[in-house]
Write a protein that binds this ligand. Structure first.
Ligand SMILES: [Zn+2]
Ligand SMILES: [Zn+2]
Length: 244
């Protein structure tokens, strides 16, 4: 299968990732990707950057990158879901200017409030018109109920992520494989598409989906529900393009 996009990666701006935007772009272009999403951690993540970083992303010359590297660069953020109301850690005026937005539950920014409340938090994020993707909904340390999440994602026209880093046996998230098996069965049932992301914090991880591929062959996940194979279909899920 040919994967054309990786929408969830991090640069040095995140505080615990190790390459620059240009190093990431060069690597993605070398690997033949058509879209690279860089989604640095929003400000609540310890060590990440200030809101101004996200406000000023317009300074990055996307056209130059597209011409030189034959690659569309999407600069966004991985927002932290902060509570069960689905509040996130950048103001609407800043989020509106981003190319792509992922919202995730992260241990240092969200304390697990039990199954029901954690699920409410994710559902509220799905209903936020400025959020495109739910990042790594797979961590048993902050468990969620999958059926309502998949149903609302479908209703709202949002993408759910399958995160290659979560499936790394050396990773720190817990229970990802078992949780994804449940989520993917429901995605099949409701015909809800997913996006596979590397969550690269170093450039060599860009476009590496090997852990996800192993899982997909185990659960026989249908190719037509994997958004990474079509730039056009991907764009129908992203606010930036919906607005046009
Ligand atoms: Zn990170
Ligand atoms: Zn994350």
């Amino acid at each position: 299968m040919k994967y054309l996009l990786d929408t969830h990666t991090h640069t040095i701006a995140s505080g615990h990732a190790y390459n620059t935007i240009m190093e990431m772009v060069e690597e993605a272009s070398k690997k033949g990707l058509k879209i690279l999403g860089i989604t640095d951690h929003a400000p609540t993540m310890p060590g990440s950057c200030h809101e101004f970083y996200f406000q000023n992303l317009k300074a990055v010359d996307r056209e130059y990158i597209e011409q030189e590297y034959k690659l569309e660069l999407l600069l966004g953020a991985e927002l932290n879901i902060l509570d069960e109301k689905g509040r996130v850690d950048l103001p609407k005026r800043t989020i509106k200017g981003l190319d792509v937005t992922i919202a995730s539950l992260h241990k240092p920014c969200f304390s697990s409030a039990g199954l029901e409340k954690n699920t409410e938090a994710v559902i509220a994020a799905l209903k936020n018109p400025y959020i495109d993707i739910i990042g790594h909904p797979d961590d048993s340390r902050i468990p969620i109920i999958y059926e309502p999440v998949v149903k609302i994602a479908k209703e709202e026209g949002k993408l759910l992520e399958v995160n290659n880093s979560s499936l790394n046996p050396k990773g720190y998230r817990v229970g990802a494989k078992e949780n994804y098996k449940i989520m993917l069965e429901l995605c099949k049932k409701y015909k809800q598409p997913i996006v596979i992301d590397s969550d690269a914090h170093f450039k060599t991880a860009i476009g590496n989906f090997s852990n996800v591929e192993a899982l997909f062959s185990e659960v026989e996940f249908p190719e037509e529900l994997i958004i990474n194979t079509s730039v056009e279909r991907f764009k129908t899920y992203i606010q930036k393009y919906k607005k046009k």
